[in-house]
Ligand binder design. Structure first.
Ligand code: SAM
Length: 296
């Protein structure tokens, strides 16, 4: 059944036209598209954005709203009936950038399998970093890359960048990660996706600052740099054609950041074209940015 504006023509074409039809309502869950439809205004204004990782929903709830967590849980379950766990978001901590999460409803686990850009990612949010919001960024990079490239990914985590790129392109990727748990999951994730990958991925378990100096240079380096770490000089030194360098920058310091990159390029005798793009909000006035650096 489909809507028509010209019923005479539709009949000429041999179609049956029906009028004043009572269509059934869509199932309830499809009627709500976001939390705004389901929560009182004073609650929705204070909860943070909802993230879905596999069958886990993650939301920020300020302390003052915790007595009303029941309505929040109910709304999330209506919106995502297949969710098995709801967790309250805390901050990223430590060198491994693991987020503090507290399960507030459902099964007591933070391990799941997440689907993104056609790959499966096994993740344990209590042990490793993962950000589902970077999905678009990973797709963007995969589309920029050409078959045949040799790519280095320091700070590789459970391999979201490496797997998405290897799914789309026939490339050779070397990924470096320090966290034992992330390395174990990364190895599992390569196996989990092995039939889908065009590219090859090798994982080096170690500290980027020890490992990279011993590696040759690569056509492209992608650095999802942890907050507070400065790996610009090191990652640039390993890049022959392109470096995609992620960092967290205050909006007033974007120019300064670009200058710093240009200076580092000059220091390393590289002629660079630098474009800094805002990728996500981090906190008021501070953005996660990606510097796309092309080395001529
Ligand atoms: C911001 S997370 C990015 C992870 C992954 N690329 C992603 O986007 O999901 C940074 C990662 O770097 C790892 N890490 C931190 N310091 C490191 C170091 N010195 N050497 C290697 N890995 C490191 C952390 O364990 C974490 O997995």
């Amino acid at each position: 059944m489909f809507p028509v504006v010209d019923d005479v023509k539709a009949k000429e074409l041999g179609l049956e036209v029906v009028y004043n039809l009572e269509l059934p309502l869509r199932p309830e869950r499809q009627i709500y598209r976001n939390l705004e439809d389901l929560l009182p205004k004073d609650v929705v204004e204070k909860v943070g954005r909802l993230d879905i990782v596999g069958d886990i929903a993650i939301i920020s709830i300020p302390d003052e709203l915790m007595p009303r967590k029941g309505v929040i849980v109910e709304a999330i379950r209506k919106l995502y009936p297949k969710i098995k766990v709801i967790a309250r978001r805390g901050f990223h901590t430590g060198v491994y950038r693991v987020r503090r999460l507290e399960v507030i409803w459902g099964e007591n686990r933070l391990q799941t399998i997440h689907k993104e850009n056609g790959v499966l990612l096994k993740i344990d949010l209590s042990k490793v970093f993962f950000n589902p919001r970077m999905k678009g960024e990973r797709y963007r990079l995969a589309q920029l890359i050409k078959d045949g490239e040799r790519i280095l990914i320091p700070f590789a985590g459970v391999l979201p960048y490496a797997l998405v790129i290897a799914r789309f392109r026939k490339v050779d990727i070397v990924a470096v990660e320090l966290n034992d748990e992330a390395v174990k999951l990364a190895q599992e994730n390569v196996l989990l996706n092995k039939d889908k990958l065009k590219g090859k991925i090798s994982i080096i378990h170690g500290d980027v600052f020890d490992v990279l100096p011993k590696l040759p240079s690569f056509d492209r380096v992608i650095s999802p740099t942890p907050k507070g770490v400065d790996a610009l000089a090191l990652t640039l030194s390993k890049a022959k054609r392109f470096l995609h360098y992620y960092d967290f920058i205050h909006e007033d310091k974007l120019g300064e950041f670009k200058e710093k990159i240009i200076k580092e390029c000059q220091k390393q005798g590289k002629e660079c074209k630098v474009k800094v793009r805002k990728v996500a909000d981090y906190k008021p006035h501070v953005y996660k940015v990606c510097a796309d650096i092309e080395i001529k």
